[in-house]
Write a protein that binds this ligand. Structure first.
Ligand code: XLS
Ligand code: NI
Ligand code: NI
Length: 434
């Protein structure tokens, strides 16, 4: 059975190609700064948006009419699995990501959900063996079911916390069984709507305990993948605790988790937090917390998670500079977490979205690598901070001098002179490579 009979496996054809569905820049075997493009990106298809989302919005039902979405039985899930792996293979995506509810119906009880998950895990493993597609991360959906209306880990009712623990235990163990590289916790409803009914301190303690339990269980079962939390400031709740990279870093430190958990940073969530994506990457990287990436972007005019495929080379070049500066994405990867638009109803549209995004990231990587190799930008920044590496600079930073001793240095030194930050020069420099 094939759902994409007219689509041939996508190939690299180079920049001059006239084929719409071909890679012009993404050549998985091409070596850039010592690593292949496949190693730089570790692209992953998001099961939920690509296979499960029907094209619905607040004002109307799904528009895509996918046959496997006609019901919620195990048989429908199996049909969806077939299409999923046909898609991953033809696209040439090395990884995928899933929530428990994406791959299997969870039924009416935890027991039923666990049984279905076990049955499905064997089928997924078979598909992974047959195609060579690997699992970037698994996650539990702790936000759709009405039981989670007031949060999962942060719910005022401990029984909900326990149910969520049950879902996470199963998906963590399944992720381990499938050789997943990471496990993600996105705090979908871990926040609140009104302070009138909310104890923030209590809820944060619950969330800290929950993440600690996940880390303990990871070690108990011998899962060596990364645990990641995904910052997002709002939506669905008005205030979410994992607001941005900085708030997540503070949260992890308060609960002693900063060595155990990293961040899955999403482009659209950065926008919602009022940051650029490169800021979020740079902040996470500066704290040693950059773990993985969701590449979906927002819309400059719409204030919600529009989950669009990336399409700005200029923006992505700035992001790639941060990722290269971090030494790459490590065990993480580039998860699309993006949906095609509601009017993009043809199966081929799924390929156009993913192929274009992979090519765009590759093009941005080439531009960023050229900037790194050119060295002018790095040289400028190094020079800007050079004072901290010589003279009394290192001692001031290392705490070897008191406030009064540092002040004494200033008494004797010539008055400091302002220097240009050269922003326009640097912006022009970047544009020479984009
Ligand atoms: C929603 C999130 C979600 C996570 C996985 O905004 O981006 O898709 O990535 O639960
Ligand atoms: Ni995401
Ligand atoms: Ni999102």
């Amino acid at each position: 059975m094939t759902f994409f009979p007219e689509i041939e496996p996508i190939r690299f054809e180079g920049p001059a190609s006239k084929t719409a569905l071909a890679f012009r820049y993404y050549d998985p075997t091409k070596v850039v700064l010592g690593k292949t493009m496949a190693e730089h990106f570790r692209f992953a298809v998001a099961y939920w948006h690509t296979l499960c989302w029907p094209g619905s919005d607040m004002f109307g039902p799904g528009t895509f009419g996918r046959p496997w979405q006609a019901g919620d039985s195990f048989e429908h899930a199996v049909q969806k699995l077939d299409v999923a792996f046909e898609f991953f293979s033809k696209l040439g995506a090395p990884f995928f990501c899933f929530h428990d509810v994406d791959v299997v119906p969870l039924g009416e009880s935890l027991r039923e959900g666990w049984a279905n998950m076990d049955r499905m895990a064997d089928l997924i493993a078979g598909k992974m063996d047959a195609t060579g597609v690997k699992l970037l991360w698994g996650t539990a959906n702790l936000f759709s079911h009405p039981r989670y209306l007031a949060g999962a880990a942060t719910n005022p009712d401990p029984a909900v916390f326990a149910y969520a623990a049950g879902q996470v235990q199963k998906v963590l163990e399944t992720t381990h069984k499938l050789g997943g590289a990471n496990y993600v916790l996105w705090g979908g409803r871990e926040g609140y709507e009104t302070i009138l009914n909310t104890r923030i301190g209590q809820e944060l303690d619950q969330l800290g305990r929950f993440v600690s339990l996940v880390v303990e269980h990871k070690h108990k079962i011998g899962f060596t993948g990364q645990i990641l939390i995904e910052p997002k400031p709002c939506e669905p709740t008005k205030h979410q605790y994992d607001f941005d990279s900085a708030a997540c870093a503070a949260f992890l430190r308060k609960y002693g988790l900063e060595k155990e958990v990293k961040l899955n940073v999403e482009v659209n969530h950065a926008t919602l937090a009022g940051h650029t994506f490169e800021h979020e990457l740079a902040y996470a990287s500066s704290q040693g917390l950059l773990g993985s990436i969701d590449v979906n972007r927002g819309d400059p005019q719409n204030g919600w998670d529009t989950d669009q495929f990336p399409n700005s080379v200029a923006d992505w070049t700035l992001a790639m500079l941060q990722i290269l500066g971090n030494g790459g994405i490590g065990a993480g990867g580039f998860n699309f977490d993006a949906k095609i638009r509601r009017q993009s109803i043809d199966p081929a549209d799924l390929f156009h979205g993913h192929v274009g995004a992979m090519d765009l990231c590759a093009r941005a990587l080439l531009a960023a690598a050229a900037i790194v190799e050119d060295g002018t930008l790095d040289g400028f920044v190094a020079e800007r901070y050079a004072g901290w590496g010589k003279g009394t600079g290192p001692n001031m930073l290392a705490g070897k001098l008191s406030l009064a001793e540092i002040a004494a240095l200033a008494h004797d030194a010539p008055a400091p002179q302002p220097k240009s930050g050269r922003q326009e020069y640097l912006e022009n420099l970047i544009n020479r490579f984009v």
